[in-house]
Ligand binder design. Structure first.
Ligand code: URP
Ligand code: ZN
Ligand code: ZN
Ligand code: ZN
Length: 478
């Protein structure tokens, strides 16, 4: 077993920061010590196998991205990152755990959908991974299968109020699933957009010849997100099921969540980097020489990017500060422009939905610290500690403390990261949704369960380093 001492850094947790040395023994954190400590009279730096000098740097728990879609079949194609490429890119960016969504398609058994996801991921991953379960067909058999999910280490499932004919559940199905969730303690994750109403708007826009990516954002109006968020909250309230609303982009949806939380309900919200930085006008409405008006397809995702004139970004940053929104995941769902996004040329509704960001979440949120939106400690909380607590991994993940997995990132606040396809990008995509973003910080060294997988701009891990992690019930409930 290898022993490692991470020496001289500032250990940052959700509750504070202090100069400390971290001793790693095999896959586990053994001790967090005052700087330069001896242990039982032995100079640690001399007796360990490896010393990592973290002087002037932050030592943080590895990022947990609780919302990814590796290899997701969608819109007649599949997300372009495999578990191998996507988890490697995650490691490059300081994320050491992902929670991906196993899919039950319509007509399929949940057990079979889950088994297929295990098969895709096993032996491929660079970092540890867990699964949520997408339930695309709520029926009696699915409800029975839901009752056994927690025993499989899958303590959360996702329903869709959007995408009629694909993943959509109606209110009756949602109610029944939530009743099971209230009974079993499963977290209900909700894609909250009014899909049937959106589909009417989509058809009306297309009939008027409005087929550019920009109109994806027009059709998926914020009213559709606010209404669905409210409806999900009410159904959760009625059943007593805890609720986690994914990819929140509209400030009006944030207000719905905040009101329910203030009333004492177990309701939580996640946002994503794209909603904090990108907009309907600047990205979905973009033009380029290469792609013309179709340039905006790069940023077609649901919920959509919102209008900069409505100040959703400011409200989301504010909600992150005040804990009206609890955490940030990427909703990493990459598609190449060529042959994938291109499927929707001339009809925005056929553009596969999704943005790739798994590599950049830690950096993009750190820039929020530099820009004064959030504190250093809040950065760690919303990217690692709360995701661990929310989804039943805390203690093992999300914290630097004795006994925890040694998933650790050494982050250099004096470093710099230029994001783009040519520079830093390891995702399997032919463009970057973040091209040209400059980050005032850098992921220096990444340990995944004690193994150094990224160091000094080199990847040192291999496919299969990462294991499936069984999760417990949420540790974040009121
Ligand atoms: O656009 C998105 N979000 N694609 C992934 C599927 C989902 O709804 O999360
Ligand atoms: Zn979704
Ligand atoms: Zn509040
Ligand atoms: Zn998603």
């Amino acid at each position: 077993m290898t022993t490692t001492l991470i020496r001289g850094g500032t250990v940052v947790s959700a509750t504070g920061s202090s100069l400390a040395d971290v001793l790693v023994d095999g896959e586990t954190i053994r001790a967090v010590l005052a700087p330069g400590s001896e242990l039982l009279g032995v100079d640690l730096a001399r007796s360990v196998d490896r010393v990592i000098d973290a002087t002037g740097k932050y030592v943080i728990p590895g990022g947990i991205d609780a919302h990814t879609h590796m290899e997701l079949p969608f819109g007649g194609t599949a997300a372009s990152d495999t578990f191998e490429t996507g988890t490697r890119a995650a490691a490059w960016g300081g994320t050491t755990t992902i929670i991906d969504f196993a899919v039950q398609t319509y007509g399929q058994r949940i057990e079979d959908g889950l088994a297929a996801w295990h098969e895709k991921a096993a032996g491929q991953c660079a970092i540890d991974y867990g699964f949520h379960q997408i339930v695309g067909d709520v029926n009696e058999a699915s409800l029975t299968a839901l009752r056994g999910l927690a025993d499989e280490g899958i303590s959360s499932y996702k329903l869709f109020m959007a995408y009629p004919g694909v993943f959509y559940s109606d209110d009756a199905q949602i109610l029944k699933a939530m009743q099971v969730a209230a009974d079993t303690g499963l977290m209900t994750m909700m894609h909250a957009e009014n899909g049937p109403a959106i589909d009417v708007l989509v058809q009306q826009l297309l009939a008027q010849g409005k087929s550019d990516p920009y109109f994806h954002g027009v059709a998926r109006a914020w009213q559709m997100e606010e209404e669905a968020t409210h409806r999900a909250i009410m159904l959760a309230n009625l059943t007593g099921a805890p609720l986690y609303v994914v990819h929140v982009s509209a400030k009006q949806a944030v207000a719905q969540l905040a009101a329910a939380r203030d009333a004492g309900q177990n309701v939580f919200g996640e946002t994503c980097p794209q909603y904090l930085y990108l907009s309907l006008e600047e990205q979905l409405g973009a033009r380029s020489d290469e792609w013309g008006d179709f340039e905006g397809a790069k940023w077609v995702c649901s919920t959509p990017l919102r209008s900069k004139h409505e100040h959703h970004q400011d409200e989301l940053w504010s909600a992150l500060r005040t804990n009206d929104i609890q955490m940030v995941s990427t909703d990493h769902c990459p598609f190449c422009m060529k042959d994938q996004k291109e499927l929707g040329r001339g009809d925005f509704s056929k553009i596969p939905n999704g943005i790739g960001s798994v590599e950049h979440r830690m950096d993009l949120l750190y820039q929020g610290v530099v820009d004064g939106h959030i504190s250093l400690e809040r950065w760690v909380e919303i990217t690692a500690t709360t995701p661990a607590r929310m989804f039943g991994l805390y203690g093992k993940k999300g914290v630097i403390q004795p006994g925890a997995d040694a998933d650790i990132v050494v982050y250099d606040p004096a470093g710099h990261t230029s994001i783009g396809v040519e520079q830093t990008h390891h995702m399997n995509m032919d463009y970057s949704a973040w091209e040209g973003f400059e980050i005032d910080g850098h992921v220096d060294t990444v340990l995944s369960r004690g193994r150094v997988v990224v160091d000094d701009r080199q990847y040192l891990g291999r496919a299969g380093d990462g294991s499936f992690v069984k999760r417990g019930l949420s540790q974040y409930l009121l």
